[in-house]
Write a protein that binds this ligand. Sequence first.
Ligand code: FES
Length: 378
Amino acid sequence: MRTHAELSAGAPLWLLAELTYRCPLQCPYCSNPVDYARHGEELSTEQWRGVLREARALGAAQLGFSGGEPLVRQDLEALVSEARELGFYTNLITSGVGLNEARIAALRDAGLDHIQISLQAADEEVSAAVAGSAKAHGRKLAMARAVKAAGYPMVLNVVLHRHNIDDVDRLIALCDELGADAVELATCQYYGWARLNRDGLLPSREQVARAEAVTQAWRERLAARGREMRLLFVVPDYYAERPKACMGGWGAIFMTVAPDGAVLPCHSARELPMTFPNVRDASLEAIWHRSEAFNRFRGDGWMKAPCRSCDERHQDYGGCRCQAYLLTGDPAAADPVCSKSPEHRRIEEACAEAAHRSPPLEHLTARNSANSRLIWRG
Ligand code: FES
């Protein structure tokens, strides 16, 4: 018989298909697992087609193709075509490296609905230092223009950290000049590689406040010009009083399928001390409704104090399980971002340190690169 938590699981509205962990760039905040090269072989085209069919049958409607860099997969167009036939709304989340006009046309013909391109910085120099590629910046700008020329809205995403956040004025000016329709300025989330590099990435509270004020001033200037460019600014949760409702709740609406077929309730879940099921061994229906992994943090029965009796527990679901584990060692603890958490001092200490530390960006790139080589050798 199913438990209450299993019975209360609705449909996985979102499917994130992480097609590959491979990527030509080396960003120090990459969401790939730190040990990504240890995970098994990528799913084949046919296996991915099966995943899409099963997810759609379960009720998933939104589909993100991501990675790594999803364009590395030469079967991306075939998978987009399958998704279109199944009735998904599809989004490609890409660095733009590996894109060209012919591929944009092929993706459009296959039925791709939306493309989001990431930028690292306002100029080539910082971009090269962050991404480990001197050519990437120019390529991204060219592809952003090509995407728009192909009839897609130009949606740009910039991960903000201490090395580029003071440049937010130039970043927004660049997006304006490019003709962007929407820009997401998202401060770094500290999982995976970003957790490893947190001390070198976390901006100070003052940097965040300045960047937010600059963004607001831009919104007003754009409105005065009648220019429609949506600016979204995502504040780091390290500077929030309450945690984010991560993934809309564990196993509530979101499902990630990793390159090797592991099925995860969020893209960082592999960092938790848990075992996750795989599409090679079980159906998505069984995994979503009945697997131990997906039921572990559903509902509120798993919560400890202070979440258990908190009147906000159905708004934030205790925050992020991955962050709770990474900062306290207990995945069932309250997310320490919450000021009610007994471990909240861990966040305060990290923020205080960030206020007077400034490791050079070269160090981040070298460290990232060295780690990548080490991992790839393994
Ligand atoms: Fe895994 Fe928040 S990122 S639960």
